[in-house]
Ligand binder design. Structure first.
Ligand code: HEC
Length: 150
């Protein structure tokens, strides 16, 4: 009798609690899925690698006084598109045929060398800024530059 009463009054609660938990878990799942999609979709093209992030700071410290990350000339040319075919956009009348001012093909190794030697071109003189930089800083700044598109 007592057990029967308990069952009658108690039993129907379990499906309700069970359903509530199921709904809560499903809602949390939907929310989490949305967050994960946001996290993976939004910043993909924008997020810099750890190396490029360090390179951005190196750039601010050692290059930004003379170079923009756009196509606009500051003292030296804007470095957007440095590693794209044709190289960066140069001022009117200056043409290195898609190469560095010293005639080297533009690739990570030749840019690293250019940073260490500097040089004179038709625009002006770039000092050997790389001489004061560690190898890792040069690698990082090149990684950063390789992400700059025109
Ligand atoms: C004191 C100013 C100055 C600083 C600092 C400087 N540069 Fe330059 N850079 C120049 C000038 C001027 C030129 C253009 C030389 C020319 O073509 O006459 C140049 C040219 C270049 C070029 C060749 C672009 C081309 O024509 O393809 C690259 C690459 C470059 N700089 C990278 C850097 C990086 C990276 C840094 C920092 C680590 C840096 N520069 C720091 C002045 C500077």
């Amino acid at each position: 009798m007592c057990a029967g009463q308990w069952r009658l009054r108690g039993f129907p609660k379990w499906p309700i609690i069970g359903a509530s938990i199921a709904i809560a878990v499903a809602a949390a799942g939907v929310w989490l899925f949305g967050q994960l999609r946001l996290a993976s979709a939004a910043p993909l093209g924008v997020q810099l690698s750890a190396s490029a992030q360090r390179g951005q700071q190196v750039f601010q410290l050692h290059c930004a006084a003379c170079h923009n990350t756009s196509t606009h000339v500051k003292y030296g040319p804007g470095l957007a598109g440095l590693f794209e075919p044709g190289g960066p956009l140069l001022p009117d009348g200056v043409d290195y045929g898609g190469r560095l001012p010293n005639g080297q093909e533009i690739n990570p190794a030749s840019v690293a060398e250019w940073l260490r030697t500097g040089g004179r071109g038709q625009i002006g003189v770039m000092p050997p800024v790389g001489l004061g930089m560690r190898d890792t800083e040069i690698a990082d700044v090149i990684e950063f530059l390789s992400g700059l598109k025109q």
